[in-house]
Design a protein around this ligand. Sequence first.
Ligand code: PMP
Length: 438
Amino acid sequence: MSHVFPRHTKSDLPVIASGEGCYLFDKSGKKYLDGSGGAAVSCLGHGDPEIAAAISAQLEKVAFAHTGFFTSEPAEMLADLLAENGPADIDRVFFVSGGSEAVEAAIKLARQYFIETGEPQRHRLIARRQSYHGNTLGALAAGGNEWRRRPFAPIMIETSHIAPCYEYRNRREGETAFEYGQRAAGELEDEILRLGPETVMAFIAEPVVGATAGAVPAVEGYFRRIREICDTYGVLMILDEVMCGMGRTGTLFACEQEDVAPDIVTIAKGLGAGYQPVGAMLCTAKLYEAIENGSGFFQHGHTYIGHPVACAASLAVLRAMLDRDLIARVQEKGDRLSDALHTAFGQHPHVGDIRGRGLFRGIELVEDRATKAPFSPDRNINKRVKAAAFKAGLICYPMGGTIDGARGDHVLLAPPFIIEDNQIDELVTKLDSALEAV
Ligand code: PMP
């Protein structure tokens, strides 16, 4: 009998034994192609010796020293490299242990910024209905997935949700993509005005929506308009790049492709590439200085912030990404994956949309391609696709997201950046066979 508390109490999971490159092996010897990097985590693949060496070198020096007493070389060097390669104006990095913690830090920094700068009445957070920001209470409140939120709603902070930018379902006939994006962004302004601009603290969104929707980028101009609206009303813009950041979409930060500079960005997953549990909240000098010139203390933290081993692993991951030119490779292999998905599923009767950027791609499964009608939730399509793919030796990330109120099934693909062409073909062939089986 197992004493581990699994999320699905009735599940009977295989035991992982080893990993090499794009593959994982369980104890029975079965081989799995990691087509989603778990949940968009394993961007360097498995068993990278350079990362293992960096971790063990740090372990030999010192595993842990509390940030109440010390900073560390890996944390300092990693923060320098992130600030140097990050979005314009991003200047400071607060290291945590994962994505939810990064989002909590972002929300609390936004709140404290307004206290420090004499606007304590600003406390409201606006997010989007199609979003996932984590499972801790603040991050869960920000997220828009109704199924995840509902049981905990009575104990969550109040958050407003506007419509996502979701061209496949929400662009009206006769409207250009640009016009649609401006209309969708306009909802933020309406909501700020409804709440009272002087009470609104921040807006949070994923530049490319991951878990709830399957790699949905916004249309051209949407985020620029969001930035303008935030600036008009003095609202902070938080971009959650926990899933889509760290090279995943073909640029180190996904927001580079939107031509906007956020006030706060969150990253995790690809930051440690699965070699260590790590995340970070990055902010502008303006926000940091408000605290520095005010109380001088960010009223937040955890025991393991800035963990030296986690930072050493992440530093090695980021250096590998830059030195091995992996981000250019994401663009090239991402195009290859997109072409392969269009060839295999472009005419598929149950694939409504194929989308994404870089090695962050999604397909949306529908009952009827013409009407875009989703499958009924009780058919459990996404769970069945996941099981069929797993049986066939493919790890992909199917979910039944909340699609702006309605429910829909999608499959998210986020393979390691080192994926080869023949492995892309294997991924698509296995996914095809899983869809057929379902
Ligand atoms: N934000 C986004 C965009 C995510 O995709 C996730 C995880 N799927 C999180 C936050 C939460 O990260 P974690 O699971 O590491 O807490």
